[in-house]
Design a protein around this ligand. Structure first.
Ligand SMILES: Cc1ncc(COP(=O)(O)O)c(C=O)c1O
Length: 444
């Protein structure tokens, strides 16, 4: 009887949540855009009643930590990617940390990354793609990018290799895939791990295959501006059972045991095994094979993800269409270079990157100020050149990091590039307003 009442009450609550969405949120989606009055954000959450209903349902279940929603979301994400394993974590930065630290595990024998080993990276980066390398005491080796793609200049890869190189760790800049076939075969030739920071690129492809699935490990961010959201959140994915086992251990405190939270003795030998020099039969639940973290996310976050992931194919198409409209409207503007995809790449763009050419007659900051004055939100290309930030001031070149060749294009992007939004919530009226505002500015 209580169960029946509870079910009825729950369905009434969920019904009301959906009604609330339709009353409060839906009209916002369809409000007419007034240029000059309304802001054009660079990104935003795109959701409907299903996200809100899932979230309230998960709240009523009150499991709070990693549970059935998280497992369901992990399965769906792995299925979307066509991979065997996906692990939910609490941010894209945590995903990068976990992916990198996974490759430092002693379980990987002489392929593990040790302190002092080198990892090929770019300086035109988001900070937390580089941070885990430095924090661990490995040495990032920075390569320049190309101006057209804002991705690693693959013609320089060989110049970065040394006997201590163990891995390549790169992001697909603003959703634009770096040259995966070339980077992958470079890694294979030199026996290097490849981590793809796919935080800005979920749904992008190269030669038909999804980014994030080419390397040994891929990472995602589900922070609201990204290709789908769980609020805060991220994921690590792989096809390799050993990497998955290590990542799971490191995500969950470093433990040896793999029982879900609230479940005991999945292995069936909780009190009978020998580990290290612990007493025989020391509780498997409290045996630590790694010095790990707790990077888990909650069922509340995952419940939103379960609704969002169903929208991902549509989001991807809308991002591509918005890029195409912006490119058609701005491709001929003198003095502005638009980021483009490599041959074979099919980006689900995160943003529309423009670099102001030296001959333009205006600067990037002047263009940014003009756009912001006209209520069009702009963003720089993240850190620009991470080496020029205060966080690198105390680090020593040649010891804590290396630069292979110059970083002229990285600096050019730092000085002259900015990006505007093209997220799925952007309608044609907003896109056309951005085009008209940029054209008018560039032509006067
Ligand atoms: C390329 C890249 N990597 C990692 C991250 C970090 O993700 P999060 O904000 O979820 O920590 C971001 C964030 O925007 C990013 O753009």
């Amino acid at each position: 009887m209580i169960e029946e009442d509870a079910e009825k009450l729950k369905s009434e609550i969920l019904d009301r949540v959906a009604r609330y969405y339709r009353l409060v949120e839906e009209p916002k989606r369809h409000a007419q855009f007034v240029p000059g009055r309304d802001r054009v954000n660079y990104a935003g959450r795109v959701f409907d009643e299903r996200e809100m209903v899932n979230l309230v349902e998960a709240s009523l279940e009150f499991w709070l930590t990693h549970g059935r929603w998280a497992r369901d979301f992990e399965e769906r994400l792995a299925e979307f990617l066509g991979l065997r394993y996906a692990l939910l974590v609490n941010s894209g930065s945590s995903a990068n940390l976990l992916a990198f630290m996974t490759l430092t595990s002693p379980l990987l024998g002489n392929r593990r990354i040790e302190r002092g080993d080198e990892v090929i990276a770019v300086a035109a980066a988001f900070p937390t793609t580089v941070a885990p390398i430095v924090q661990y005491g490995a040495v990032p080796v920075f390569l320049d990018v190309t101006l057209d793609t804002a991705n690693v200049d693959v013609s320089r890869l060989e110049t970065a290799v040394s006997p201590r190189t163990k891995a390549v760790f790169l992001a697909h800049t603003l959703g634009n895939p770096f040259n995966l076939p070339v980077v992958k075969s470079f890694c294979e030739r030199h026996g290097l791990w490849l981590i793809e920071d796919n935080c800005d690129a979920l749904g992008s492809r190269f030669e038909g295959r999804l980014t994030g699935t080419w390397g040994d490990i891929g990472t995602s961010s589900f922070y609201p501006p990204h290709h789908m959201t769980t609020g805060e959140g991220g994921a690590v994915y792989t096809n390799d059972p050993l990497l998955r086992k290590i990542a799971l251990s490191m995500r969950d405190w470093g433990r040896e045991c793999w029982c879900d939270s609230g479940v005991d003795n999945t292995c069936g030998c909780r009190f009978t095994k020998q580990f290290g020099s612990l007493p025989l039969g020391y509780d498997h639940k409290y045996v630590y094979s790694h010095l790990g973290y707790n990077l888990k996310a909650t069922d509340l976050q995952a419940s939103i993800g379960c609704a969002q992931i169903e929208k991902l194919p549509d989001f991807t198409e809308r991002r591509k269409a918005n890029y195409a409209r912006l490119e058609a409207g701005l491709g001929d503007v003198a003095g502005i270079r638009i980021a483009r995809a490599e041959h074979g790449a099919d980006p689900s763009w995160f943003g529309f990157l423009m670099t102001v050419e030296p001959y333009a007659g205006f600067t990037r900051n002047e263009l940014a100020e003009h756009l912001e004055r006209n209520k069009i939100q702009t963003r720089n290309l993240f850190a620009g050149n991470i080496l020029r930030h205060p966080c690198f001031e105390t680090l020593k070149e040649g010891m804590d990091y290396r630069v292979a060749g110059g970083l002229e294009n990285t600096d050019a992007l730092m000085n002259n590039a900015l990006w505007i939004g093209l997220y799925p919530g952007m309608d044609n009226a907003r896109i056309d307003h951005m085009i008209a505002t940029i054209r008018a500015f560039a032509q006067h």
